[in-house]
Design a protein around this ligand. Sequence first.
Ligand code: HEM
Length: 475
Amino acid sequence: VLRDRRPRNCPPGPFEIPFFGGLPIIDEGPAEDLKKKYGDVVMYRTGSFRNVFLFDYNTAKEAMARLEFADRPIFFSTFSIDDKKLGGLLGSNGVHWQHDRRFVLRNLRKLGMGKSYLEEAINIEAKALVEDLKKYGGEAINYPDSFRTVALNIIWQMVASTRFDLRSTEVEAIYKVSKEFQTKFTPIMFLPSFVPVLDYLPKCVKNYLFNEHIVDEFFDEMKAIVKATIDQHLKDYDPDNIRDLMDEYIKGIKDGEGDDETFFRKGALGQIINDLFQAGSDTVNFQLKWVAYLLARYPEYATRMQQQIDAVVPRDRMVSLDDKPGLPLIEAFVMETMRYSSMITMNVQRSATRDTTINGYFIPKDTIIIVSNYSVHHDPRYWEEPDKFYPERFLDENGTKFTAPKQGFFAFGSGRRHCVGELLARMELFLFTAAIVQHFDVRPPHGVDIAEEGVRNYAGLRVPADRKLVYKPRD
Ligand code: HEM
């Protein structure tokens, strides 16, 4: 117990229960309580790990840019589907991470991320989404599965040249386990990662106490889906016809055959695909749920966006990225949705690779660093009336031009591990939001009050709870 006590000059925080600490914090509520009580930099123990929460934008921005905070915590590798547990982006570290991140960024750009030619693929999905929503004929429906499938289709076309029908049963099967994992998720599930001694408990006890079988099923299913996709691609591979990111990687594997030092491995490819699937589809899907909810809750913004669209885009044409200068409120609405919802409640964890300091406090090696994105986005030092949904905060003083915030926005993280899909996500959210607004009036069912948000936390993601809304075609 003496050897395990908190070192001197660490950030303030609650009393530590030796070896066990408290439950992992994934909700904004307990995090905000820590901030109120202890300030902008707080130490909080979970199992054998010490976490440091950062609540202030400038402190977080400065820390996330530092090399010693570029790693993910060591236990991320337990969830890797790479046989060597080294490759991929989201949870890997060091030279393997650098190699795979560079590879993915290079290829996402090559495949059109941030460029107008990807817009065509996004608009095909946007049109399909409009047709799908029209099929409901204005009846009240829960957030539709097509939000999820259009997001999946974009990333899956770049990765594997595959597009699914919006009502395909294949997609349903892919998401079945993922959905179960999200709905049954509790912070207790990850306790064995924080308290390694718990890992020695018999499997049946761990299943009973921590629902570990659900985590196992989720990873087994993902592994099977990813393996089947790679095997098919290996079978169809033609070096004279490189179709997508997976083919590019397979080319790397073939070129590196016989080279023991190569980073191109089938296991690493599996983890890259898994990461892009996880990071690139549900994020956009959940953000679209927020868009639909906030359109229904604040119809006055929907009306103003429709007026802007109708002024610059003929009704029979989809909105394009070139229309952006004439549609500042749409971009502002999307950004404000991201800030207000703070869908990724806490930034993906980082780990200190050496003893260091933050704001003069001692941070021991292996401390987990967590930026509370929600707190940064609701901090009155950076945002006026932060709890108010107010897209105008992203417009200039005349209300005619979108202005990116200089400080206080953290939705895509920051620094060396900044989201690789930001440009893609912003293209998708702009075009999908514009398509919904151009074609539908999204409203609550008659007489239903939707002011109560009813947010659910799915494995650290703030998502509006299921709710019926009407998507009434405008024409
Ligand atoms: C609304 C949509 C999205 C949000 C809010 C979001 C947010 C984030 C955040 C907060 C991080 C952690 C950054 C950090 O550690 O500082 C991250 C990482 C990442 N994101 Fe996104 N993301 C979104 C969409 C996407 C998309 C579409 C892709 C697909 C290309 C993607 C791929 C990734 C990857 C691979 C990482 C890990 C990067 C690394 O560790 O090097 N994300 N994202």
